[in-house]
Structure formats: C-alpha cells, structure tokens
Write a protein that binds this ligand. Structure first.
Ligand SMILES: *[C@@H]1O[C@H](CO)[C@@H](O)[C@H](O)[C@H]1NC(C)=O
Ligand SMILES: *[C@@H]1O[C@H](CO)[C@@H](O)[C@H](O)[C@H]1NC(C)=O
Ligand SMILES: *[C@@H]1O[C@H](CO)[C@@H](O)[C@H](O)[C@H]1NC(C)=O
Length: 393
C-alpha cells in the first residue's frame, strides 16, 4: 500500500493493465491444461504399501485380522482395510484394482495391480522364506508381467464375449494412469543384511537406475501418465526400529530413528533427480512426483493434531516397545494347553492408530495420507490427481 502512494496514476494504470494481461495469459494457459484427465485404467507397481492381493495369491492369504475394518475378511491387503491405491482408484471413479496374480474373481477392465508385498526394485538374491527375505516379484518381474498382460489382453479382448468385459481396451494403455510406490524394501533389505547406512546409501544409485529403466520400458509400451510416490519415513516404522535400535542421540523428536530416515530422504532426493531426467528423456510423458514422505512424517510427528494416537506402536502385534515382534506378527497364534490363542491381536479401535502391524499403515492413516496428496499439495508439479495426464514444463 505504502508503495502505491508514491506512484502516479499513469504508472498505476500501466501496472494494472500489465497485471490484467498477465492474469488472462495465465488463465488461457491453465485453460489449455485444465481439462480433467480421463483415466480409463490404473496400472500399479509396488510393494505391500499398494498390494491388493498379489503376494497373498502366490504365498498364502494375509489372514485375519487383516481386512477387519472394511472388507470384514482378509482381502489380500496388509492392512485392516483399504490402501492409498484403493482411495486413489475410488477418487478416479474406478473399481479397486485386482492383483495380476489373482486368478479368481479378478476383473481387469479398469486396470491391474502388479504390486506384491515385499517387492524391491532390484531383484534380490534371497528367498521370501529367509528372515528379511523379499518377494520374488521385483519391479523388473512386475514389468514383465505387465508387458505380457498388455500383449495377451489385446488378443483376448478381440475375442469378445466375457473377455471384453474383463479386460481393458487396447487404447486404454496409453490413457491409463501408471502408479508406482516402491523402494522401501530396497532400503530395508540392506539393513536386514546388517549393512551400515553408508553401505545402503552406496547402492541407492543402482536401485534408481533400475527404476528409471522400468519407467522407460512402460513408456515404450505406450504409458504416458505416471504418478510416482516417494518412499516413506522407514525410520519411524517398528519393524526397522526393532531390528537395529539406534542410540538415543539418533532418535528424533518424533521418536523415529534418524539414520534410517536420512537414507529414505537420500533415496527421495535421488528419485526426484531421476524424475527430472525422465521428463527430458521421455518427451510425451507427464510424470508427477508425490512427496508421501512428508505427509507420513507429519502424521507420525503430530498425531494428536490429526486425531491419531501412538504413531510408533503397532495396532496389531505382540510385545516389546513397539508392540511388534518379527516372529509373532499380526494374527499370529500360539498353542498353549492344547488351545490356540491369538497373540498377534489387533487394538480396539484401529481408526485412531497410524501403524497397523509394525510395517504397514492402518486404513485410517492411508485415507488421511491420500486426502493430503490427491489435490497436488505435495506433488511436483503441484497438480491434482485428475490433472496428472498433463505435461507441465
Ligand atoms: C545379487 O548378486 C549379484 C551377483 O553377485 C549382484 O551383482 C547383485 O548386485 C546382487 N543383488 C543384490 C540386490 O544384492
Ligand atoms: C468387470 O467390471 C466392469 C466395470 O465395473 C463391468 O462393467 C463388467 O461387467 C465386469 N465384468 C464381469 C464379467 O463381471
Ligand atoms: C545380522 O546380525 C545378526 C546379529 O548379529 C545375526 O544374527 C544375523 O544372522 C545377521 N544377518 C545376516 C544376514 O548376516
């Protein structure tokens, strides 16, 4: 205001004209980009953060009480209910995604989910059955599955009949949203092999080089719209804090282990660099980078503010500081006096808990996280989910 007082009317009106011109330019600009995207399908790649039944189909169902809050029975998810990817599908008006590996009752007309719990970006040299073992369906395998799915879908869709109602159309692949939430297990795997934080950091570039390749492969298969979650604050998760407890000086105000979160942040900064490179290398791709880390961390560091409690303890688990025991997981039973007793018990009200089973978030937390991210507040570029097909320079 003070500044304006010294201006003569002429300058003022010229400034206003300039402002009006700029304003209309920006409106026309955003008009061009403001048409809502039509995503006929979602193809998701990832780990347990977005597994809707893949690992369960291959290695046995994640048993009760998983699913209790929403599906009221186990539903292939490591959660009491729905995951971020479920809320994302719902927001786009699409049905929940069937897991590619699930051969019973699946309907892929609006996409497929290649994520499995325990998946890494890099193939591992361990099996699922080892302690700290990881899923054999690493991101390269998920891509192979996608590629085969796409090829066979075109063949069967043309056969008509029930296939037409169960499989996407050929053109849906270029209009689909491709979502990614993977990397957490690549970091965790190093710690399960007793590596130091520096050793884990040292292999992050290799992990991300392999991630970058897969995005390029999907692009070469027609994918254009990409929605990429960064990795969460793994140092706030009971399974990591319980595995290798850190010195009190390395515990932050929220109670999380700083070194593990530093690795996650390092991974995310490199992931962001990869996204910037990919935007240059893939001229027709719209790639949205979503900072899920910050959202999850603010939930864990200020739970009360958001209506949650006890963010560092597992709702469903057994014993110890974090109500988490690697060997007695959520739903675990023991035999005593000839009777089976549930020891991996769920908490009374999962809707106020952040952590479900020591590794995964509750449905309530997943919903809260999704509600923060879908409008673009944590995205680069800052555009909402339903605009994620538009390329921004
Ligand atoms: C698995 O072993 C191969 C051969 O030794 C090695 O090149 C690769 O980096 C290993 N993978 C991981 C995830 O450690
Ligand atoms: C698959 O889902 C689509 C969309 O909800 C629906 O139109 C179609 O009938 C379903 N197919 C079968 C066989 O249920
Ligand atoms: C990691 O260290 C623990 C404790 O010293 C040991 O029991 C475990 O076997 C080690 N794991 C690996 C993969 O070396």
């Amino acid at each position: 205001m003070n500044m304006n007082m010294n201006m003569n009317m002429n300058t003022k009106s010229r400034l206003i004209t300039l402002w009006v011109v700029l304003y209309f330019c920006s409106i026309t600009n955003s008009l061009a980009a403001s048409k809502q995207c039509h995503f006929p399908a979602i193809f998701n790649f990832g780990d347990s953060n977005s597994d809707t039944g893949g690992l369960s189909a291959a290695f046995g169902q994640a048993g009760p009480p998983h699913g209790e809050s929403y599906f009221h029975h186990p539903a292939g998810r490591y959660c009491d209910g729905r995951l971020i990817v479920d809320f994302l599908a719902k927001k786009l008006g699409l049905p929940y995604l069937s897991a590619f590996l699930d051969s019973v009752g699946s309907n892929y007309s609006h996409g497929a989910n290649f994520a499995t719990a325990g998946s890494t970006i890099r193939p591992q040299n361990t099996t699922l059955h080892q302690t700290g073992g990881f899923s054999p369906f690493s991101l390269d395998v998920q891509f192979n599955q996608f590629s085969d799915f796409q090829r066979r879908t075109q063949f069967f869709h043309n056969k008509g009949g029930v296939y037409k109602t169960l499989l996407p159309k050929a053109e849906d692949f270029s209009q689909a949203l491709y979502t990614f939430d993977i990397g957490q297990n690549d970091l965790a795997s190093g710690y399960f092999h007793n590596m130091s934080t520096d050793q884990v950091k040292a292999y992050v570039p290799d992990v991300l080089a392999q991630f970058k390749n897969v995005i390029k492969y999907v692009y070469n298969h027609g994918g254009r719209s990409f929605w990429v979650h960064n990795t969460g604050p793994v140092g706030c998760l009971p399974y990591i804090m319980d595995l290798h407890p850190v010195k009190p000086s390395l515990v932050d105000k929220a109670g999380c282990a700083t070194p593990y979160n530093e690795v996650a942040k390092f991974f995310n900064s490199k992931l962001k660099e990869v996204v910037v490179q990919l935007r240059k290398e893939l001229p027709l791709a719209a790639i949205t980078y979503v900072d899920v880390y910050s959202v999850k961390y603010s939930l864990i560091s200020q739970p009360k503010k958001h209506g949650f409690e006890e963010p560092l303890r597992a709702c469903c688990g057994h014993g110890g500081k974090y109500n988490y025991n690697l060997h007695i997981g959520c739903g675990a039973k023991i035999k005593a006096h000839g009777k089976e007793i549930l020891v991996g018990k769920p908490c009374k009200d999962p809707s106020v808990w952040v952590n479900w089973d020591g590794v995964h978030y509750t449905q309530a937390a997943n919903k809260w996280v999704f509600d923060q991210i879908f409008d673009g507040s944590f995205s680069d570029p800052p555009i909402p989910l339903n605009m994620a097909c538009h390329k921004h320079l």
